[in-house]
Write a protein of this length. Structure first.
Lengths: 109, 116
């Protein structure tokens, strides 16, 4: 079993839809939970991070962490075609990060 | 551009050859990380440096792989006797370590290696 599980999709939604992306994990030692966005042939860029459990909102993006269920989510409201990318969840204890496989999202105009 | 840079962006080599990649981190970032990403997968941690010291290596980093950061600035990743299974995107990231705070890692564009 992988430490971090993420449905690779692909996921296709119409413009304006609410997108829900999820990951589960097995290592209870993880403390930081991140969401990265990666465009084709580019390096990942950090969208949001959360420390421990709880919610965090940044514009159209909301990250949720439920440590009791070992489950994290990213919600994208009013999705735009420019949101089309691969979304990677990641988590860490201290110095090394463990990534999910990434979910490929397409937002159609 | 003051982001993380990597060179070359693409490398095609024949099986058995040695290759070396370079990463220039964001200036003043004391931590530097190497990851490998294969198609359809997330990045996998390989190793990281705090200044010039290599502090952690993944089991994925076989004896054919070696990384250096001689002056605590740029880093090189060398793969000896390349194999077709080494074909991947090699990503470098850097961060500024601050105790008790989240250390955001900034990624470079990666070096795509193809081993024929």
């Amino acid at each position: 079993q992988k430490e971090v599980e993420q449905d690779p999709g692909p996921l296709s939604v119409p413009e304006g839809a609410i997108v829900s992306l999820n990951c589960t994990y097995s290592n209870s030692a993880f403390q930081y939970f991140m969401w990265y966005r990666q465009y084709s042939r580019k390096g990942p860029e950090l969208l949001m991070y959360t420390y421990s459990s709880g919610n965090k909102e940044d514009g159209r993006f909301t990250a949720q962490v439920d440590k009791s269920s070992k489950y994290i989510s990213l919600f994208i409201r009013d999705s735009q075609p420019s949101d089309s990318a691969t979304y990677l969840c990641a988590m860490s204890r201290s110095n090394d990060m463990r990534f999910g496989a990434g979910t490929r999202l397409t937002v159609k105009p | 551009d003051t982001g993380v840079s990597q060179d070359p962006r693409h490398k095609i080599t024949k099986r058995g050859q040695n290759v070396t990649f370079r990463c220039d981190p964001i200036s003043e970032h004391n931590r530097l990380y190497w990851y490998r990403q294969t198609l359809g997968q997330g990045p996998e941690f390989l190793t990281y440096f705090q200044n010039e010291a290599q502090l952690e290596k993944s089991r994925l980093l076989s004896d054919r792989f070696s990384a250096e950061r001689p002056k605590g600035s740029f880093s090189t990743l060398e793969i000896q006797r390349t194999e077709q299974g080494d074909s991947a995107m090699y990503l470098c990231a850097s961060s500024l370590s601050t105790s008790g705070h989240y250390n955001e890692q900034f990624f470079g564009p990666g070096t795509r290696l193809t081993v024929l």
